[in-house]
Design a protein around this ligand. Sequence first.
Ligand SMILES: *[C@@H]1O[C@H](CO)[C@@H](O)[C@H](O)[C@H]1NC(C)=O
Ligand SMILES: *[C@@H]1O[C@H](CO)[C@@H](O)[C@H](O)[C@H]1NC(C)=O
Ligand SMILES: *[C@@H]1O[C@H](CO)[C@@H](O)[C@H](O)[C@H]1NC(C)=O
Length: 912
Amino acid sequence: MRPARQALAALAVLALITGALGFKEHEFKKCKTASFCDRNRGQARGGTYRVDPASLALSGPELRAALLNSAAPGVALNLTLRAYGGGVVRLIVDEPGAGRYHVPDILLPDLESRAEDWQAAASDRGAWRASAGPAAVELSFSPFKLTLSVGGAPAAVVNSRSLFGFEHRRNKTDSDPAGWWDETFLSHPDSKPRGPEAISLDLAFPGAARVYGIPERATNLALAPTAGAEPYRLYNLDVFEYLEHSPFGLYGSIPFMLAHRAGLTVGAFWLNAAEMFVDLETTRAGPATQWVAESGALDLFLLPGPGPADVAAQYAALTGPTAMPQMFAIGYHQCRWNYKDEADVAEVDAGFDDHAIPYDVIWLDIEHTVGKRYMTWDSSLFPDPKKMQDDVASRGRKMVTIVDPHVKRDAGYPIHKEASEKGYYVRNKDGREFDGWCWPGSSSYLDVTNPEVRSWWAQQFALDKYQGSTPNLYIWNDMNEPSVFNGPEVTMPKDALHHGDWEHRDIHNIFGYYYHLATSEGLALRGRAVHGSDGDRPFVLSRAFFAGTQRVGPIWTGDNAAQWSHLKVSIPMLLTLGVTGLPYSGADVGGFFGNPDVELLTRWYQVGAYYPFFRGHAHLETQRREPWLFGDDATARIRAAIRGRYALLPYMYTLFRHANLTGAPVMRPLWYEFPSNAAVFEEEAAFMLGPALLVAPVLAAGVDHVDAPLPRESQWYESVSGQAMRAAPPAAGADQAVRVGVHMEGIPVFYRGGHIVPRRDRPRRSTAQQARDPFTLVVALDWEGSAKGDLYVDDGRSFAFRRGIYAHRSFEFEGGRLRCAAATAAAGAPPGRLSTDLAIERIVVLGLPQGREWEAILTPAAGKPRRLPAARGGADAGLDPKQGAAVVVRAGRVPVGADWEIEFREAGPARS
Ligand SMILES: *[C@@H]1O[C@H](CO)[C@@H](O)[C@H](O)[C@H]1NC(C)=O
Ligand SMILES: *[C@@H]1O[C@H](CO)[C@@H](O)[C@H](O)[C@H]1NC(C)=O
Ligand SMILES: *[C@@H]1O[C@H](CO)[C@@H](O)[C@H](O)[C@H]1NC(C)=O
């Protein structure tokens, strides 16, 4: 969030960001104005690199060698090559004795125990070769080159274009080029006491058709080549009014790229938290990239796939899978800068009930505090915050307050006093407390890179420390890039100092992660204090992020604008986060800046209902936009969109469990589900929610049709009519787009043949009130008459699922029989042993032959078969019954937790 105009005008110190609104390009560096990028971009600097064959030493999973540089004979770099399960390969290049920063706390602690010995290692004069699982590597000696092959063909190659470079430590001389030992951007000097220390990584993906990843930026899903343009930048920044279609880096960074073609997906993850630029070129051999990081070490993981889900699982095995959210956290969130006072909160809360719109969480932005001293309450506006939270909680809902990493420098503010006394702040280059300007005015920043500071910070969330908080209060971390209004590029100077005397330069991109982590640990501690050992799953939303953030909590895409272009770009932004391991993310519905008209707001809710994280939010200066303020028609449409979300929560919660087990994204690009279908490699309007739903959103005003790109591999059913979209599989090469008319009531969504989707169709006020509701199963048959799906249930709140207190059920329809059984327990998870008494009340089958009546016979595991009422229809499952496309079985209460089978039999011609 960034300043309101009037607040800005009052702050003379903010001269840089006052004036007209809009993205201030000149306020931010480009490659040319970042010395390390400028001197490395596109250049093979500093001679050729070669591996010294005499230095090779293999020990189990680890090969070591010296990497020599013709231009720096005195410097031998250490090269390490390790193999892990599944063919994941790690290349580390470091400079002995230089004490370079290696990013801690991101890789899973048991990773090294999963290292696996290299197989069939052999070397000759030119190269060392070995294999690891499905992958083979070749380390060529001179020049240095590393090739990862999958299925016998090179898939990822390091240094094929000789752009590798490693700026070794040196002493200052009089003839050193400008920019090595200091540089200034605008009026901000950067003393660079260690001199040049950048690393250039040359990484090509032979044969790949597209590359994806390296969030966060507002641009296309398939990354465009950067020749003649700016490289992609990874540097967490608070970017005011960001542009769509820009390579510019936004609030978070994940240095992870995927390369894809029909038949093979591979990934590359460079664990480095310094500023980074990435160039992409399309060569005849395939995409070729150059990554330049300002400092740190090269620590590169190559993930061999071969499928998109394999890459997701390989990445999750390195950095961890998604934390399982509470059920409330995937409901709808209502936020505004600001809900003014307790009466405003009560009114908005009641407004949802008055208009029968479900919602789960109401949020308070910075104005609820005393002068932006976080964890305080302005008592004239919020005299009784506990009563307010208890009242909201009495209807099964939660509240969220904002807590930012800048701490007001006020000796009367206990958090500041204690942090300062304990020496817990980031220091400037001279060792004094760093003092920067942010919301509260003069502020210092907790040095969350220090584990002691993190554990102190976590303790501040205890109920007796955070006055006015209750167990139903959760947290939002904003401004944690960190945002420093008067700092270079609105952040901290790179020569500021952290724990262990690391420069901010080294740790910049993980600062926000650490703050988010410490806050989340605070809620976990509180949860154990309140609820005992099964605790309470934390909910902390963050704006800044890094690889590993998925283990901590959700993020949102920051300060977007109420424009169609920002609705549109939200989709590739979220899809990119999904495939780079951070699926729990969303964009502000309605757009943060500006006032959406009713059509844009309605369309945004209709799309946002499918975002993994679903929150409406608006800037201080915007008009109020609670969902009922735009007339009855709009209220009804927004209600329908949000109810549609709630109906899908059993499916989404199950998708989150898959993300939690395997790293699979929740919202997925079409290519992830149809990796061989080249026609969808660039699709970034339509998307998949899990494997079973395709959403074809409306992303412009006045639209009366959408060409839905329905991949030819599957049968599809329009989700309102239940109508099958194709009579038979289309021929290869046939156009896949199907034109569908649209109206303002909704956007086109399709069930994918072959899949079963669990729903809850009774309209409720919140997830808490849905918790006991029976389910509907929508069975969408493929062309062979089969389908499968699953349903995951647990208490929706605690960590008890980690000790097996969950039920995971699988459904399979084949040969006219629908079977329910226990899902196979995932590797690493204890088998589910929750005996749930939840039930299925309705089964909707799409794709049974038309023109016939059907009967359904239930055979329980124990007991006698019985007939269930079956008829064509579907109105109560969100389907239009006139179409007669669905066969609906009124199941009564068929238990979810028991094994059973339902046989579908033809019962004669249709009665009309
Ligand atoms: C570099 O490699 C040598 C030889 O393998 C080893 O003795 C040394 O410890 C390594 N240094 C570092 C900093 O890894
Ligand atoms: C820098 O100079 C010091 C003192 O002259 C010397 O000990 C050191 O080895 C030099 N370092 C490098 C990297 O050349
Ligand atoms: C799932 O999420 C929980 C946190 O909610 C985490 O502790 C766990 O490691 C995750 N993965 C698995 C496989 O349970």
